[in-house]
Design a binder for this molecule. Sequence first.
Ligand code: SF4
Length: 81
Amino acid sequence: MIRTVFNNGKYIKYEHHGVEVIVRKDLKGKHRESCLCYECSLLMSPCPIAKDLFALDKKYHIVTPVFECPDFREERLLDER
Ligand code: SF4
């Protein structure tokens, strides 16, 4: 539920897992479509980078999509082996 709008609607504040967070309105809910991890075959391996990042996200109530990663491996590449 959106509670507050800032800067003529550029940012919104809403409750996420019980904590009020602020997000750019145009990026709200876009994490999955921009994060490499959701297209990476290593995510469930489990990936130590993603595990550490998720722990940080939980600790500070932040959302951190991965845009660049040296270990990214697209699922399709595994099928080609
Ligand atoms: S290897 Fe990189 S892209 Fe793949 S799950 Fe881990 S952090 Fe995400």
